[in-house]
Design a protein around this ligand. Structure first.
Ligand code: MN
Length: 129
């Protein structure tokens, strides 16, 4: 076994995220494994762009209050909540307007497909409670 060095934090690139997002790589399997696990931290209002994962993704919230949305469904996520997005389902995830959130993101290295940024209107519609 091997005790891995602490991850260094990377700022989420602006092509894929809106607002202040940082992630730490927790696990990254060596081929043929395609395991990917990141801790992702979102400041209030921050979110991913629209995207999908060809083999799906599981999110597990560890802190704060988050949101994951598809074109017709919104789930507010609290610590301990786990949400799965199936293969190919277009979605985005992030923090609520007035809360930080942190989630574990678990997926396989699978050529995620990234699209447009989530507009302020789309974000407001999903997060207005
Ligand atoms: Mn995702």
């Amino acid at each position: 076994m091997k005790h891995l060095s602490p991850a260094t934090t990377t700022k989420g690139p602006t092509e894929m995220f809106t607002g202040d997002v940082h992630f730490d790589v927790i696990a990254r399997g060596d081929a043929p494994s395609r395991l990917r696990v990141n801790t992702v931290r979102f400041a209030p209002g921050a979110r991913t762009a629209w995207h999908s994962h060809s083999l799906g993704q599981t999110l597990h919230v560890t802190d704060g209050i988050g949101v994951v949305a598809t074109h017709d469904h919104v789930i507010i996520m609290r610590p301990g909540d786990t949400v799965h997005t199936p293969p190919g389902e277009r979605h985005w995830h992030g923090a609520l307007p007035e809360n930080f959130t942190t989630h574990l993101a678990m997926w396989e290295d699978d050529d995620a497909t990234w699209g447009d940024h989530v507009t302020d209107e789309e974000y407001a519609t999903a997060t207005t409670r």
